[in-house]
Design a protein around this ligand. Structure first.
Ligand code: SF4
Length: 329
């Protein structure tokens, strides 16, 4: 690990000024991903700015009836928050499907959004990797790619985003609040993470001088009919091969609205709103769910070791929708 300097910041404005003035600096909060990246020499910041003192550790109601998760609220505090459990149980379930209790006690809302891929080649500095060093190549495409993406890939990178929490936030249509030198702005969750394209080294649309301050949950929480289905190689402490956040608004057997987001299959939580719309006004039958699942994976592409994910994703979507539709409240 390279040596680095360490400072603490007491205000959002100061933190933004500090990060804007030093392109070799990084914010650190829970450190559950950044420390690993530093130990492996994948991240080599010259300076760490500790933001754990910033006043961003609250969960509060928003004026429009939603809920605001401060960027520094830990994943455990979010998952077990009474309002989140009651109004957004999909989010609680997704968070508790991820990592371990120790990690969830440290990991924060903002850090969860910014965690980097767990592609083995990305962490191995002895191998090339376009995400770590642009232009060097992507050994995963013709290498061992069991955990890699099947949707939204590029010739530059086929990595997946590892978060469970973000899959639920995508389905709930959360909003990311950020502050930078030009003031505050909001980023719809669907626009926060990027596909790899020709710039796989850039994971998100957060600018270099910006800090995440909160994630807002809209009023609608789909608390009656939802599920988070996570399929993985081990039953705990493993990243998703495929996960599905499914949320339905039902009127009897009729689907009024459907939300679906997939994890483990793309460089960002994967939504296909056209496929979701196919369920509107339909009854909750296996046939209708299968039609949607087919539509979602229509453009999927396997790379050998991960080709099984296409069928797995289809089955997971059908199963998750069935679970969500049949929930008894
Ligand atoms: Fe690097 Fe992406 Fe290829 Fe993995 S998939 S080796 S992160 S370029």
């Amino acid at each position: 690990m390279k040596s680095f300097s360490y400072t603490k910041s007491d205000s959002v404005v100061l933190a933004v000024n500090e990060i804007a003035g030093d392109n070799a600096a990084k914010f650190i909060a829970g450190g559950t991903n950044l420390i690993d990246l530093m130990k492996e020499n994948v991240a080599r910041p010259r300076r760490l700015i500790d933001i754990t003192r910033l006043p961003l550790d609250k969960i509060e109601d928003t004026e429009d009836g939603g809920l605001r998760l401060g960027a520094l609220v830990t994943n455990a505090d979010t998952a077990y928050n009474e309002q989140v459990e009651k109004r957004y149980p999909l989010l609680s379930k997704a968070i508790l499907a991820g990592a371990s209790p120790q990690l969830r006690n440290m990991a924060t809302t903002g850090g969860n959004l910014l965690q980097r891929t767990r592609c083995y080649y990305f962490y191995d500095t002895a191998t090339p990797c376009n995400k770590r060093e642009p232009g060097t190549g992507c050994p995963a495409i013709n290498g061992y790619n069991r955990i890699h993406a099947i949707l939204g890939t590029s010739e530059q990178c086929i990595a997946t985003h590892p978060s469970d929490m973000c899959v639920a936030l995508a389905a709930l249509e959360a909003i990311v609040r950020v502050t930078g030198n030009n003031g505050e702005r909001i980023i719809p969750f669907a626009e926060f993470h990027r596909l790899p394209g020709d710039t796989p080294q850039i994971d998100t649309n957060l600018q270099a001088d910006e800090i995440i301050t909160a994630v807002d949950l809209p009023t609608k929480g789909f608390a009656k009919n939802y599920t988070y289905l996570k399929l993985r190689d081990r039953t705990s402490y493993a990243f998703a091969l495929v996960s599905v956040a499914a949320a339905l608004e039902m009127d009897g057997d009729e689907i009024k609205e459907a939300r679906l987001a997939l994890g483990g299959v793309a460089h960002k939580p994967w939504r296909n709103t056209e496929a979701e719309a196919m369920l509107k006004g339909k009854s909750a039958t296996r046939e209708n769910f299968q039609t949607v699942a087919e539509a979602i994976v229509r453009d999927a592409k396997g790379f050998g070791h991960n080709t099984f994910k296409i069928e797995l994703a289809k089955r997971a979507i059908v199963h998750a929708l069935k679970q969500a539709a049949e929930m008894e409240q």
